[in-house]
Design a binder for this molecule. Structure first.
Ligand SMILES: Nc1ncnc2c1ncn2[C@@H]1O[C@H](COP(=O)(O)OP(=O)(O)OP(=O)(O)O)[C@@H](O)[C@H]1O
Length: 234
């Protein structure tokens, strides 16, 4: 089966920097595979996630999502394709602050017919949004509040529900458990990993927290600048 995601001889240098931030030989992620991506602070993990999701485009090499190279698409086409196929939990969540919690979760379904159709398979998108928020342990009393009135840990869980709605083929998570206590962290991982395995979504999950690494099917270490990403057996 074709991988969901392929990154091939990928190189990216930030404007003004004198050395590449990302220089990796190859990374492939299959459907249903869950990857724990780790490495020292500043080694380029968030940058790599942006390249995998087509937010940034590499200087050389390629990133192929579901058979299509991000670099071959216009910025507008990349935006459309991202919302259709990628659920992204950003480090800063990127929730719309004045929009309610539930409407934030429903956003991908508003912008993508595919996400809307997939979220409607067993009911309505709203019902799936509510189910995800419940699984994430967010009390129904919070669902209609503006997202900005929630705590950081609550917003992290809203961002995760938004990433999972409509079963995207790729889920990307940038340190999504940093503000959660141990119980919440385990519950969060239960929901995220089980949703990805059930729907065969590929997951790339960045974290510094080695305690949770064994819960993933594979670990990838992203070493410092100018080094290839090294796959490790888990
Ligand atoms: N927008 C930007 N413009 C220029 N340089 C950037 C930008 N974003 C990140 N960098 C640089 O790229 C390098 C990698 O940053 P990145 O955020 O990808 O690392 P990280 O591994 O995710 O770090 P952390 O674990 O601390 O979140 C750093 O040296 C950073 O200064």
């Amino acid at each position: 089966m074709n991988p969901v995601l392929i990154a091939d001889v990928l190189r990216f240098t930030w404007p003004g920097a004198d050395a590449p931030c990302i220089d990796i030989d190859q990374l492939e992620v299959q459907a249903g595979e869950t990857v724990f991506l780790h490495g020292p602070s500043g080694c380029g993990k968030s940058t790599l996630l942006s390249l995998l999701a087509g937010v940034l485009v590499a200087d050389s090499g390629r990133v192929v999502l579901l058979g299509q190279d991000w670099a071959a698409q216009s910025a507008a086409a990349r935006d459309r394709r991202r919302v259709a196929h990628v659920g992204y939990i950003f480090q800063q969540f990127n929730l719309l602050p004045y929009l309610s919690v539930i409407d934030n979760v429903l956003l991908p379904c508003r912008f993508s017919a595919q996400r809307h159709a997939q979220a409607s398979r067993e009911g309505t998108p709203r019902a799936q949004a509510e189910a995800l928020l419940s699984q994430m342990g967010l009390d129904a009393a919070l669902w209609r509040r503006p997202a900005m009135t929630l705590s950081v840990g609550q917003q992290q869980r809203v961002a995760a529900a938004r990433a999972l709605i409509g079963q995207p083929e790729l889920v990307i998570a940038d340190e999504p458990t940093s503000a959660l206590d141990e119980d919440r962290r385990e519950a969060f991982l239960d929901v995220l990993l089980s949703a990805c395995r059930t729907h065969r979504s590929a997951l790339v999950f960045v974290s510094h927290d080695q305690r949770i690494a064994s819960r993933f099917s594979r670990q990838v270490l992203l070493p410092g600048i100018n080094r290839a990403a090294r796959s490790e057996a888990s």
